[in-house]
Write a protein that binds this ligand. Sequence first.
Ligand code: ATP
Ligand code: LTN
Length: 332
Amino acid sequence: MENKKIILSGIQPSGSATLGSYLGALKNWASLSSEFECLYMVVDMHAITTRQVPAELRKLQLEQLAQFVACGIDPDENTLFIQSHVPAHAQLAWVLNCFTMFGELSRMTQFKDKSSKNAENINAGLFTYPALQAADILLYGTDLVPVGADQKQHVELTRDIAVRFNGVFGDVFKIPEPYIPKVGAKIMDLQTPTKKMSKSEVADGGCVLIMDKPEDIMRSFKRAKTDSETEVRFDQENKPGISNLIQIYSCCTGKSFEEIENEFAGKGYGEFKPCVGEAVVELLRPIREETERLLADKAYMQEVYRKGAEKASYTANKTLRKVYKKLGFIEK
Ligand code: ATP
Ligand code: LTN
């Protein structure tokens, strides 16, 4: 137990999880969960950096937590919790804000991206979002952070913040590493295959949700944007749509790109697209059904997040006390 590597990651309940978050993150989280000591959380505090509807936020948090379990992450073996249930995250975030530079935060792609999309609400939380994420990671002595490619920059900033803090106060924080899958790290939107599939932009039909019905998933894949050729061939630059579908099919079936190209040689997109759709339907079906079953059991869900918060708080508070002491805060 003691020597196991510590894995931590988080997902925002700002919308229903997408096929992108499943293939880029959740699928890996589940595969790591039997071997390592894993902490996975629903980051409600990060979600409010963009406006949320309270009733919807409440529902999405439980859905996300249930999905962790439905993906195969055992809540008895791992720590599954809701970020705001462990106040040490907000407390350490404040400290780390004081060790994070304005220039660093200004360079974050997610900030630039989200502030251009939410021009009417570029709040300070959106700007300092990575300091809270650094607190999430550094509170637990995390070794590896399994995320999609879009989060690499935030994990790198976390490392810089930790090194800076350690440089002043000694060896307080473990320096974490991002853990990004080789295939599936950036699943693209099915309608705009040059853009990341994202839960905050589901309107155009290019986004597939874990909880979508099979017929909706099939429709999205049949209508996926592709180029004017017919050959099923991986070519990210010239054929982004078909390359995205090959990537998705590879993640679902475990087949290599080459095997897929051979399987569909001479068959054309018309045959390939529904096969990808079916593979996704079958991959997501058990997760959706199990999520629905778990959500109906409110007492069980409550037990999961309460137990998770209790386990997480123990380590988090220990780290926070150490940080406060180093800073010169007086213990009460
Ligand atoms: P938003 O679009 O609102 O920022 P999101 O769809 O990116 O949200 P998050 O909750 O921010 O979802 O991400 C959860 C995890 O899933 C992160 O590790 C992220 O890197 C990963 N992820 C999200 N979208 C994709 C994608 N399209 N491809 C691969 N990984 C993804
Ligand atoms: N910023 C991440 C979510 C997130 C996270 C974390 C990921 C919050 N805290 C800690 C890894 C570790 C996102 O937008 N997907």
